[in-house]
Ligand binder design. Structure first.
Ligand code: CMC
Length: 383
């Protein structure tokens, strides 16, 4: 028997033209600027849904009825609490540590307290996904309180995920408007096709490793400034600019030096990112309500200059651009912005991992070797 020759692999730097997985969760049309979760337009979800309902949609591929939503929400609230050992670990962490390093470590540590950490099968993975999603806000809040020398705040199972996070972070109940603003950001960040961190999570789970390991891989990947770290970089940029009359020279200088303007450009969108469209209007409202309109106006001016200078290249604001203003306006510290992204995207990562395991195949692309051949082994004393 002879084996049929496999087609020769082609080199696709950055995998921009490779379809590496199938998903039923989110659909993106980068040319038209469309994003749908299970066929529902993102704008309509941001206006009408809640984060909990959106996660149910992503994980079950349909909207829940009232009873299903109540049961799902309760299953998350039942898991808000952190194990005492995790709180002890937070207490030992250096206060100056970067929150994303702390979060990656703490999600990894959660596995040590989960008797099902290595359990296989869809149901066990769904239970683990609920645990990780429900506990991540508490991890972020606990680390932030620890570094500020403040006591931990126990979760309140009567609150939504967004409101409970803000309660644990600040020790005060958020207003409905502020909780809603965070809830909208969580909806907008929940899933986004095969982005870099989701791909990383799928690679990990495809080896038949476990869901905790996949989430840790994804958090490490999200942290980079070309991916989820961009929202923090946007805020740093807005601070550096400082005033609206300095925007033009700042942006033009950066572009002249071929430096990137963070929060712009996207591998998939060559039109405006629909999440940015929604957040632009939304962040204006939130910024106005919280006395941060100056920040919004600066962002709008950056967008105008970028439209004039680089829109022809298909570079428009992405989700990170106006989410920076929104997070700042609702009182989230700059170095927690990327943690906010992770808190939401765990929904997408976990959903993708469960999809990957259904008909799994190891993800193992090839590398083109470009080094020398036929080299002699030289003894160490002769080198
Ligand atoms: N500012 C200025 N020029 C840019 C930018 C930008 N933000 N993004 C891309 N370009 C230019 C780039 O210099 C290149 O120009 P040229 O063809 O003249 O050399 C051209 O656009 C194509 O860039 P690329 O790097 O080949 O595009 P890519 O698809 O590999 O990169 C990206 C996509 C998101 C990494 C990139 O646009 C970028 O670095 N943006 C800034 C970081 C950022 O905001 N990331 C968040 C992405 S959205 C949320 C998420 O997924 O996490």
């Amino acid at each position: 028997m002879t084996l049929a020759a496999a087609p020769a692999p082609t080199f696709d730097k950055g995998l921009a033209n490779t379809i590496a997985a199938e998903t039923q969760m989110s659909f993106i049309d980068g040319g038209k600027g469309v994003l749908e979760y299970v066929g529902i337009d993102i704008d309509s979800l941001a206006r009408n849904s809640t984060f909990e309902e959106t996660v149910y949609l992503l994980w079950n591929r349909r909207l829940p009825n009232r009873t299903e939503l109540a049961a799902f929400t309760q299953s998350l609230r039942d898991e808000y609490e952190l194990p005492e050992g995790i709180l002890d670990l937070v207490r030992t962490m250096p206060r100056e540590a970067t929150p994303m390093h702390a979060l990656r470590t703490l999600v990894s540590a959660l596995s040590l307290y989960d008797a099902e950490a290595d359990a296989e099968g869809e149901e066990a993975n769904e239970r683990k996904a609920i645990r990780m999603l429900a506990k991540t806000p508490a991890l972020i809040a606990a680390f932030d309180r620890h570094r500020k020398g403040k006591p931990f705040v126990a979760p309140d199972a009567k609150l939504s995920m967004a409101a409970n996070f803000l309660w644990m972070l600040n020790g005060a109940k958020p207003t409905d408007a502020v909780a809603k603003a965070l809830d909208v950001c969580l909806i907008l960040h929940a899933d986004h096709g095969l982005n870099a961190s989701t791909f990383a999570a799928r690679v990990t789970i495809a080896t038949l490793s476990d869901l905790y390991s996949a989430m840790v891989t994804a958090i490490g990947t999200l942290k980079g400034p070309l991916h989820g770290g961009a929202n923090e970089e946007v805020m740093i940029m807005l601070r550096e600019i400082g005033a609206i009359d300095r925007v033009e020279s700042y942006v033009m200088d950066r572009l002249a030096r071929k430096d990137r303007i963070m929060g712009f450009g996207h591998r998939v969108y060559k039109a405006i990112d629909p999440r940015a469209t929604y957040l632009k209007t939304f962040s204006k409202q939130v910024a106005t309500d919280t006395g941060n309109l100056g920040l919004y106006e600066m962002s709008r001016r950056i967008e105008e200059i970028m439209a004039r200078e680089v829109a022809a290249k298909g570079i428009y604001p992405n989700v990170d651009f106006y989410s920076a203003t929104t997070y700042h306006s609702i009182g989230i510290d700059l170095d927690l912005f990327t943690c906010m992204f992770a808190m939401s995207r765990i929904a997408g990562w976990a959903g993708h991992c469960i999809e990957q395991l259904d008909g799994n195949r190891l993800i193992r692309p090839a590398a083109a070797y470009v080094g020398p051949h036929g080299q002699p082994y030289v003894a160490i004393e002769d080198r």
